[in-house]
Write a protein that binds this ligand. Structure first.
Ligand SMILES: [Ca+2]
Length: 399
């Protein structure tokens, strides 16, 4: 069934996660290779520390795959709710996948929150394409919706969203959307120096392409220089701690390697294991329907019912569902991008890097010179899940 295959495809199951954690918790530390010296100052300041200095509102570019799983929808809902509350400003929302309904789905959600004018884009010429990461062909936007068990796999939900919300989007085919490189460069060039937060909850394709851009009529800076000048912080849902394969890092591994090695600003990672056991979405799924709500539709149509879960909770848990809903990998990245990590998490300094050629990564701790931070549980995961649900359930303020 869709949920099982999707989770198997999408994330490592809990059992293997725990086994890997136990197996490698010592060995990864013991065999760590030297980490590249840090280009960063010795301390990475969290966004909320900057906020305490007065008036800083994170300006966020949201970069999502929006291809199979639906924590992306929860994450974008949280981001809009936080923007409604004045806690952040959304600069752009881009897809890291192409040849599918991802951009249109982003636009439907943007429209629901009264921000249909947000810039959108998608990668060109490289990266994950179609209905799922292993697909070889793009999705035909003119094809009939068909049955859920058809070739759309987990992407069916996004094609259905476009069918359900005609007129709420411009780009049924992500390939018709602007080049994400142009969106990134225009948005970054227009912002004050050191002011932008990038929150990526999908593949690192766009960030790799951005780093590789050349000076143009938008900016005399190349991509890496432009990022270094304009970006304050990159918050990513990516990688697996202490090592392993994680969906966002694995499926465009070449881009992951380039970005992890070359990104020139502080970076914070919500790795697979943090969001795995934070569950959200049930509250929205079971909320009273008031008018049209694509966020509610997604959770209501894609979460198992309580009755289904009660019959075999272990099976559902192994496939990344809990009583509160779906695992909340992407939502955690939004929380940290906007509110900073000290509110929710502790951190460890070090470096994520790709190993081998099959999409695996590993964490190398380095308290002095690590280029990355990874977040660690502080506030209980149940409380974080409740906080996410509260945001997802907020009514749009700009409709
Ligand atoms: Ca995602």
């Amino acid at each position: 069934m869709n949920t099982v295959s999707e989770c198997m495809k999408h994330r490592m199951a809990l059992a293997s996660s725990l086994l890997l954690s136990l197996a490698f918790a010592y060995s990864s530390h013991a065999t760590a290779q030297p980490v590249p010296r840090s280009p960063l100052p010795p301390r990475i300041e969290p966004p909320s520390a900057l906020a305490s200095l007065g008036g800083y509102v994170p300006r966020v570019i949201f970069d999502t795959d929006m291809i199979t799983d639906f924590d992306d929808v929860g994450a974008l809902a949280c981001l809009h709710a936080l923007a409604d509350a004045g806690e952040c400003e959304i600069l752009a929302t881009v897809s890291s996948t192409r040849g599918n309904a991802s951009v249109g789905a982003i636009e439907v959600i943007n429209h629901y929150y009264g921000r249909s004018d947000l810039p959108v884009g998608a990668p060109k010429g490289m990266g994950v394409m179609g209905a799922h990461p292993g697909a070889k062909t793009k999705v035909d936007p003119a094809a009939p919706l068909g049955e859920k068990k058809g070739g759309d796999g987990g992407h069916y939900k996004y094609r259905k969203m476009l069918a359900d919300y005609p007129g709420w989007y411009r780009y049924a085919d992500a390939d018709a959307a602007p080049d994400a490189n142009e969106v990134y460069r225009r948005v970054l060039a227009a912002q004050p120096d050191g002011s932008v937060t990038i929150c990526s909850v999908g593949f690192l394709t766009n960030l790799r392409r951005l780093l590789e851009t050349k000076p143009d009529d938008i900016s005399p800076l190349d991509g890496k220089e432009l990022v270094a000048k304009k970006v304050k912080l990159w918050v990513a849902m990516a990688c697996k701690y202490p090592k392993g394969k994680e969906y966002n890092s694995k499926w465009d591994a070449a881009s992951s390697r380039i970005v992890l090695e070359n990104w020139p600003t502080p970076a914070v990672f919500s790795a697979f294991d943090y969001g795995r056991n934070i569950f959200s979405g049930r509250a929205m799924a079971e909320s009273a329907a008031e008018g049209r709500n694509p966020v509610r539709d997604i959770f209501a149509e894609n979460l198992p019912t309580k009755e289904q879960m009660e019959k075999d909770p272990a099976k559902w848990h192994a496939n990344c569902y809990g009583p509160g809903g779906r695992s909340s990998w992407d939502e955690t990245a939004v929380l940290i991008a906007v509110r900073g990590w000290e509110k929710y998490c502790n951190v460890e300094r070090g470096c994520f890097r790709m190993v081998g050629n099959a999409g695996a990564d590993e964490w190398v701790p380095d308290a002095e010179n690590g280029r990355h931070l990874r977040i660690i549980e502080k506030v209980s995961k149940a409380d974080v899940g409740r906080g996410i649900d509260e945001l997802i359930c907020r009514k749009p303020q700009k409709q």
